[in-house]
Design a protein around this ligand. Structure first.
Ligand SMILES: Nc1ncnc2c1ncn2[C@@H]1O[C@H](COP(=O)(O)OP(=O)(O)OP(=O)(O)O)[C@@H](O)[C@H]1O
Length: 242
């Protein structure tokens, strides 16, 4: 592995989440709850994580509820700061973490898509092509021109998935988001992700869906209590180009 292959490098980084309003009695309830010198309590959701991800790797992140999967994706996506250590991310990132994140409910789907085009700084296609692609893929019909505050969670996830996957990125960060979309859209979204794999795009995917992970990832990180307890290569079931 050469230096140029590395897209994510994390060294000894932790993430601490302030526990506002939680009393000292919580100490001892969970080894991740620690008291700062000013007396406040924090939850060390990630504890001195070290990780390198290569360009094109398809990394599954597993572990029980509350073990730090989403926190790790947010750390890589720049949505949470690291405490100590270092984090380096090279290249473009697309995130599909929280339903509704980065969208404006009062604006229509079309207006949100136009805004996202500018925010992503897309150069390979025109704004009209981008909007047409998202409109077609998300299949929202007349709702595309309605405020997204009127969308169901599944409709929002359709729009967000479509916006984030038009143009390849160096890294796509996916949380267990797809469950809210209906089965037909899940199949379509999986097909689009598989095309990403064919283009050798990398992603990190937190999920409890073992079958999906086995199909789509070639490396599995297991998190427990904010630590990586295993990091294993796995065979990718779908074919990728030589
Ligand atoms: N805003 C918050 N305030 C307090 N604690 C939080 C907050 N966000 C996350 N946590 C805590 O951080 C820890 C890690 O949460 P995280 O969402 O990363 O887990 P996860 O592995 O993604 O879980 P799941 O499988 O349920 O999605 C949990 O103990 C959770 O309670």
């Amino acid at each position: 592995m050469t230096e140029a292959d590395i897209v994510v490098r994390i060294r000894d980084a932790s993430v601490e989440i302030p526990l506002r309003g939680v009393k000292g009695g919580a100490l001892g309830a969970d080894p991740r709850i620690i008291q700062k010198v000013n007396g406040s309590l924090v939850l060390r959701a990630l504890d001195k994580i070290s990780l390198e991800v290569r360009r094109g790797e398809r990394v599954g992140i597993v572990g029980g509820n509350g073990n730090g999967k989403t926190t790790l994706l947010k750390l890589i996506g720049g949505m949470l700061p690291a405490v100590g250590g270092s984090i380096e991310v090279r290249g473009s990132i697309r995130t599909l973490l929280t339903i509704g994140a980065g969208t404006v409910p009062a604006l229509t789907g079309r207006q949100n898509v136009r805004m996202r085009y500018s925010l992503l700084g897309i150069k390979s296609i025109s704004v009209d092509e981008y909007i047409a692609d998202v409109a077609e893929f998300s299949e929202l019909g007349a709702f595309f021109d309605m405020p997204i505050g009127t969308y169901s969670p599944g409709m929002q996830s359709r729009l967000q998935f479509a916006m984030s996957t038009v143009e390849p990125a160096d890294i796509l960060l996916l949380d267990e988001w797809i469950g809210v979309a209906d089965h037909a859209f899940q199949v379509k979204a999986n097909n689009r992700l598989e095309k990403y794999i064919e283009k050798n795009e990398g992603f990190l995917f937190a999920s409890h869906n073992a079958e999906l992970l086995q199909r789509m990832t070639d490396r599995t990180l297991t998190l427990q209590n904010g630590k990586i307890i295993s990091d294993e290569a796995s065979a990718l079931s779908i074919s990728s180009p030589a």
